[in-house]
Design a protein around this ligand. Structure first.
Ligand code: ZN
Length: 230
């Protein structure tokens, strides 16, 4: 007789709150236009982003930026994306990630302040970045983190995370500070990541073009060589 394993169903959380119904593709992503994802070496990725101003919250421009960020993340098959990754130096990141318990976390935060719990058990795990396409390197991160910021409407928002989601929050908030995961690697690992990128970039970008078709989005054009010149 097979062992019966009682297993709860996966849950979806929107902005940290349990959502009873949630579509496979976030509504923001449906509305948005996928844009080119910037690549390592492009100044916007290596410069601290500006905070979203009080007058910008709730505006069509901010909401449209967020739609485009979701669409760009989904076309690139990412689990998180920061605004500088579509060339906008503003403190916003989006995420849509399935964690180690199969729970899905979807959301967006503006002007996040990151608290990493350095007393939590660090986890060594391969990490990648849409802006270093096709490369993965092991990187140790705290297993617990918290971000405090604002919703796109300007309401205060605080999100706690463990494991893979904590890694995502750390990675994305650091993008807004002008820091890539790549910056934390040893010189040897940095070199290896760029080697992997050189090897896999074309296939990774071809895959993005395929996904764009699947999602009925206009294709995004990438230059032959990385725009960042690295
Ligand atoms: Zn990244």
């Amino acid at each position: 007789m097979p062992q019966i394993k009682l297993r709860r169903k996966p849950r979806t959380f929107w902005q940290g709150e349990r959502a009873s119904e949630y579509p496979p593709l976030a509504p923001e992503s449906e509305r948005g236009t996928a844009r080119r994802v910037t690549e390592i070496g492009e100044p916007v990725l290596h410069t601290p982003a500006a905070p979203v101003g009080a007058e910008e919250f709730g505006t069509p421009e901010l909401l449209s930026l967020i739609d485009d960020m979701f669409a760009s993340m989904d076309v690139a098959e990412g689990v998180g994306l920061a605004a500088p990754q579509i060339g906008v130096g503003k403190q916003v990141f989006v995420f849509d990630l399935v964690d180690d318990d199969d729970d899905r976390h979807v959301g967006v935060i503006c002007n996040p302040t990151l608290t990493q719990d350095f007393d939590s058990e660090p986890i060594l795990r391969d990490e990648g970045c849409l802006s270093v396409p096709g490369a993965y390197e092991p990187l140790s991160r705290p297993s617990v983190a918290r971000v405090s910021g604002f919703t796109p409407a300007g309401e205060p928002l605080e999100l706690s995370a463990v494991g893979y989601l904590a890694r995502c929050f750390i990675h994305e908030t650091q993008h807004l500070q002008g820091t890539l995961y790549w910056d934390h690697l040893s010189p040897e690992a940095q070199e290896d990541a760029l080697r992997q990128r050189d090897e896999n970039r074309a296939a990774t970008l071809a895959r993005r073009a395929e996904v764009a078709i699947e999602l009925a989005k206009p294709a995004v054009t990438y230059p032959e060589a990385p725009a960042g010149g690295r």
